[in-house]
Design a binder for this molecule. Structure first.
Ligand code: AMP
Length: 125
């Protein structure tokens, strides 16, 4: 895995160098609207620490950071009224998943009936 690039776009959002529509922020975590939304609700949740992707986050963050992060994702989903209607969490990790920003993030997507699991998959599970 290559090194973390402190000039990736999400690092710039954390530092306030480029704007974002924030949904939640604390010392450790930031959530903001995806600039190119895939559904009525499409929020990106990121830790403020320097982690390249999910695998990097799990291997380098401490247990409390990991638990706090995923609990906060759930809280944010609740605050956006997604819990009853349902939502999807996606964390693209590496080339086969087409991860385009090299700072760990979870897509929180909802607000409509979502399609198949991946493009071309029409199975409703
Ligand atoms: P991924 O392909 O999983 O790495 O997702 C990166 C996401 O970041 C995409 O859904 C982009 O639309 C989103 N994105 C890129 N630049 C920005 C930005 N400046 N503000 C908000 N979202 C962004």
């Amino acid at each position: 895995m290559t090194n973390y690039d402190p000039n990736n776009i999400f690092a710039k959002i954390i530092r306030g160098e480029i704007p974002a529509t924030k949904v939640y922020e604390d010392d450790q975590i930031l959530a903001f609207n995806d600039i190119s939304r895939a559904a009525p609700t499409h929020v990106l949740v990121i830790p403020k620490g320097q982690f390249i992707n999910f695998a990097d986050f799990i291997s380098k963050a401490n247990d409390k950071e990991i638990v706090d992060f995923f609990k906060k994702v759930s809280d944010i989903a609740k605050s956006l009224n997604l819990t009853e209607s349902g939502y999807r969490l996606i964390s693209n990790t590496g080339p086969n998943a087409s991860q385009s920003v090299q700072h760990f993030h979870v897509h929180l997507i909802g607000g409509k009936k979502l399609g198949g699991l991946i493009p071309g998959d029409n199975n409703v599970r």
